[in-house]
Design a protein around this ligand. Sequence first.
Ligand SMILES: [Zn+2]
Length: 323
Amino acid sequence: MANCSFFTDNVNLLVKLRSFVRFDRCLALACTVFATVAFSAQPMLQDKQWNHGSADCAVNKDPAIEVHSYSSTSYILRQNKCQSFEAPFMYLLIGEDSALLLDTGATADAVAFPLYETVNALVGEKHLLVVHSHGHRDHIAADPQFDNREGVTLVTAGGSGYLETLGIMNWPDGEGRVDLGGRELRVIPVPGHQEESIAIYDPETQWLLTGDTVYPGLIYVKNWDDYRMSIARLARFASANDVSMVLGAHIEVTHRQGEYYPVGTSYQPEEAPLPINPATLSLMHTELEKLPKANEVELARLRIIPMNLMQRTLTDFARWMMK
Ligand SMILES: [Zn+2]
């Protein structure tokens, strides 16, 4: 989120400490954190109610990773909010030859957060490519679980081979392609929330996966001009291609307009749906173009917020620390 850029990357120690204490308490009380393989097979994502944490995480019995089987080749994973208040969504798309995992969540520990084990069970013998919507901590933390694994290629956002792997020849105006075998994904550069942000379009589901660039919640923008151009790019893409839904990496708002959860909360009852109508991209573009300079934009289920100088400086520092 927003949270991811502002609070995770800014190393907000208070929030992190609270989060850790909650998680530690869960562990102490044998909170269930096993990855589920009991998939639900409902394509109606608009009506899907995700696990959304607990007011008291000591009694939370949800798995560390909720796995939603949209189809036998398309999965959406969500991290337990009692484990990380960010509760990021991750996406697994499987082609005939290989699979792509978008993001690795907010926790490194393979015991507490068995992402590799969960994904590997779904992918089987196929090659797995792991990429990131962007490089914020709550989207990359479990990378070490995939590092140096046979049959796995891990490419860090902005790292060595990043553009080559994504097939992007011209950043940010070009477009990349990743062929999974009978399923060629399109990669769209969308800097603004963070320098290396990308969106991925999947022709099979017609999903447009937007990470922290577009999602139902508080979207913090580091580079306003880049973000405006990225939204314009996404709006053009959505008007020229069949996009069934826009899917981001968090939910931070209730189904009631303008009602956002407190940052750092472990409990989000009555969440807004994860999918965003593709028409929202055009609306975002129109609203952003109206503004002569960076300013907040309020839409039905999202608020775009320019980072101030201190926030940008802190995210730069966090970015430097991770390199
Ligand atoms: Zn982020």
